[in-house]
Design a protein around this ligand. Structure first.
Ligand code: C2E
Ligand code: MG
Ligand code: MG
Length: 736
């Protein structure tokens, strides 16, 4: 689910809810409206029916009154039209109670009738043949004793007329003889439903537009058919019933519309707010995610960004890639010269150049410090693309970076490693590139050093070595110390002290070079237990040989470990050893580290009377000037400046000036690696206080030191055993 989708879904849900709610509200209100209207309609129909029944009832009452009248009955039987008129027909002619009256059958040969506004003379009947037939069928079925009438509607002169028919009878119905000859007469009266009456009905029922319409008329709303004598609709009564629902609705509609609009507006506003917040949040999160993956100085992806980029390569479709590790040469020097802000500017300059390499398949990251990684991916022509990128990089590095007015060359070391086709942890590829870069640094080459089979073999060897060392350290017996004499370059060449050198005779690997196992011990952290073990041996040897002075090698890792110096000082005093008998040798790496705690540790040791020597001087990159700030009192010139072909004329000149400088800083000089008499002579002539090398003796176990006991060197000739030994005794160890 994307960052934005949850709030989006909530918004959609809210909108749907609002819509459903709104629609449901409207639908229910509209259905209430129509239910109310329907109810009112049904009610108005029922009322209308009732109303018309009541009106008909009135007519029926009038009819039963007039048609159960002995005078009229007899006048009819006697065919006395004058009497009939004055008692009966006149009512119709005057039209005050009813407007139509007709008599038929019985004594009448033909129907006689009176209608409103006619003369006293009876007229022909106004009822149709069909109506008369219906009357003739219905009237005989009436219960004449309870004065029943047959009621129906008819249309006359476009007016609706309510008719009521019954037998014409005397008041005392018991005398009625249907034995009357010729049978009984049927009398029919009709009363017009007046407009006033309709208006009254309208008013009483609360309806409008009450109309009498053609029976075939198309009617939309509510209607009531009025039936004729044959029970066929003769007219339709239509009206508009009251619509309380519609009325109520039309009253609340503005409020409803307003509320709906307000609600919709609010919902829309709330949704907008929610979306805006969500977008803001997502933006902030994205920003934070970018920040967490970006190096603030160079704006390149940082270690996390790099790790995530590489993690995307793993999985089922493993991507092949190359890692180019780039590190700045003498970055410390740049910081020293241009200040830390200058160092930052320099790094930015490097980052800007590396950024140019970045493309869809090339990723550049700052790994930390002055180390960068360029990751080139893609299965096709990877080698060729890597070559092109490194060529571009070399080109880019031709320009200088100007920092605080200083123009610095771009000096970088480059290590390259390719991922293998098998599933491989990407960290391993980075480590390999890093290893290759370190090799470039060690070789001091600006070329790209590629991690190859040889390095892989070394790595495998290192792993084996580390494993063996771990198990060997459990007992410690495989580790011993050998001692190599350091002799005086002045006077007779007596042995001044012995350098303690670690030896490992592994049960599984045989003799392992200290260069290898010290390196592995340093990188794996095993130097701490190993160092402790070796120091313990050395101090024990010192304790047993009171006349012996020693020089011990201490790794920067040890010096940087909190509590190491205190432990060492404590151990020396616990064994009641004189600290002036001990010299601590540290390599130039320490100086390059520029670690405050290391400097403090060395100062502490120096103040406690230990001698501090800078070992392998010349192999690192420290300047003599810098040494003044460190408490070194001895400088050991690396054997690469002393013996062999490397030590040519130019080197000698340099060495001479180095010695001069060190002397001016009150340092004593040890020339390491003296292998020949000539070298011994040369460095002695340079004023080196001490000399060390195979010429004077190889490192040996202390048990074999007896022959050294009386050793001193005659610089006039070959080394020889001094005789008598007692005359010029060197401070040599007693054989143990
Ligand atoms: P280093 O401290 O500079 O020790 C001198 C190295 O030069 C020793 O090598 C020694 O055997 C060798 N050497 C002495 N004279 C000559 C010579 O005339 N010609 C040649 N070709 N070599 C000579 P080694 O014993 O193999 O030690 C190598 C390095 O291992 C040492 O260099 C030191 O840095 C380190 N190391 C040895 N023991 C210890 C230790 O106990 N602790 C620590 N931290 N490092 C140690
Ligand atoms: Mg040494
Ligand atoms: Mg050395």
């Amino acid at each position: 689910m994307s960052r934005q989708s949850l709030p989006r879904q909530i918004v959609v849900l809210v909108i749907i809810l609002v819509l459903v709610f709104g629609v449901a509200l409207w639908v229910s209100i509209l259905s209430i409206r129509s239910a109310m209207d329907r109810q009112a309609e049904a009610k108005s129909l029922a009322l209308m029916e009732g109303r018309f029944e009541a009106i008909q009832e009135q007519v029926s009452l009038i009819a039963s009154d007039y048609h159960n009248w002995t005078d009229v009955y007899e006048a009819a039987n006697n065919l006395d039209y004058g009497e009939l008129y004055s008692n009966y027909g006149i009512t119709a002619v005057r039209a005050d109670v009813f407007q139509y009256a007709q008599m038929l059958d019985g004594p009448f040969d033909a129907p006689v009738a009176w209608v409103a506004g006619s003369t006293r003379e009876p007229q022909d009947g106004f009822l149709s043949r069909i109506t008369i037939d219906a009357i003739r069928r219905q009237v005989p079925q009436l219960d004449y004793q309870s004065r029943e009438t047959f009621d129906f509607f008819g249309m006359h002169s476009s007016r609706i007329v309510m008719f009521s028919a019954s037998w014409l009878l005397p008041e005392d119905t018991f005398i009625v003889p249907d034995r009357v000859e010729g049978g009984l007469a049927i009398a029919v009266i009709g009363k017009i439903v007046s407009d006033r009456q309709l208006e009254q009905v309208e008013k009483q029922l609360g309806v409008t537009d009450l109309q009498v319409r053609d029976p075939d008329a198309e009617v939309q709303g509510v209607s009531l058919p009025l039936m004729d004598a044959s029970d066929r609709p003769v007219a339709l009564l239509t009206w508009t019933p009251p619509a309380p629902g519609t009325e109520l609705f039309s009253r609340i509609r503005p409020i409803m519309i307003g509320a709906t609009l307000a609600f919709a507006f609010f919902a829309f506003w709330a949704a907008r707010q929610l979306l805006d917040r969500a977008a803001e949040l997502a933006e902030k999160e994205a920003e934070a995610a970018i920040l967490a993956r970006t190096d603030p100085l160079t704006q390149l992806p940082n270690r996390l960004g790099l790790r995530e980029h590489l993690a995307s390569f793993s999985g089922p479709d493993l991507k092949r890639f190359a890692a180019l590790c780039v590190d700045v040469d003498k970055f410390k020097h740049i910081n020293d010269v241009a200040g830390h802000s200058g160092g930052d500017t320099y790094l930015k300059g490097i980052a800007d150049r590396l950024r140019i390499l970045a493309d869809g398949e090339t990723f550049v990251a700052r790994h930390g410090g002055s180390e960068f990684f360029v990751i080139i991916s893609g299965a096709e022509e990877l080698e060729a693309r890597v070559a092109a990128k490194t060529a571009t990089l070399a080109q880019l590095c031709r320009t200088k970076i100007t920092v605080n007015g200083y123009a610095f060359d771009i000096a970088i070391f480059k290590g390259l490693a390719f991922s293998e086709l098998r599933e491989q942890a990407y960290e391993e590829v980075l480590l390999r590139a890093d290893r290759a870069m370190y090799l470039a640094r060690a070789r001091h080459t600006r070329e790209v050093v590629r991690y190859d089979a040889d390095m892989q073999a070394v790595d495998a060897f290192d792993t084996t070595l580390e494993k063996a060392m771990r198990s060997a350290l459990a007992s410690g017996i495989e580790f011993t110390l050998h001692y190599q004499p350091i002799v005086s370059g002045l006077g007779t060449g007596q042995v001044m002290r012995f350098e303690a050198l670690a030896r490992w005779n592994s049960r599984s690997l045989g003799r392992v070079s200290p260069v290898d196992f010290i390196r592995i011990a340093e990188s794996s952290g095993l130097i701490l237990p190993l160092g402790e073990l070796l120091l313990d041996r050395a101090f024990e040897d010192l304790r047993r040989n009171p006349g012996m002075n020693i020089s011990i090698n201490v790794s920067p890792v040890q010096l940087m470990t909190p509590g190491f110096t205190e432990g060492l000082i404590g151990e020396v005093s616990r064994r009641r050893l004189d600290s002036s008998r001990i010299e601590v040798e540290v390599t130039e790496g320490v100086v390059i580290l520029d670690n405050k705690s290391v400097a403090a540790a060395l100062h502490e040791l120096r103040s406690r009377g230990f001698s501090i020597a800078l070992d392998d001087f010349g192999t690192g990159f420290s300047s003599i000037g810098y040494l003044a700030s460190m408490p070194f009192n001895v400088l050991k010139i690396d054997r690469s400046f002393v013996s062999g072909e490397a030590a040519g004329h130019r080197t000698r000149t340099m060495v001479k000036s180095m010695i001069g400088l060190a002397h001016s800083l009150d340092m004593e000089i040890v020339a390491e690696g003296i292998e020949t008499e000539e070298e011994a002579f040369t460095f002695r002539s340079y004023g080196c206080e001490m000399l060390q090398g195979y010429y004077f003796g190889r490192p040996r176990p202390l048990s074999e030191m007896s022959s050294f006991a009386q050793l001193e060197f005659d610089f006039e000739g070959s080394p020889r055993l001094a005789r008598p030994a007692s005359r010029r005794r060197a401070r040599t160890p007693a054989a143990t």
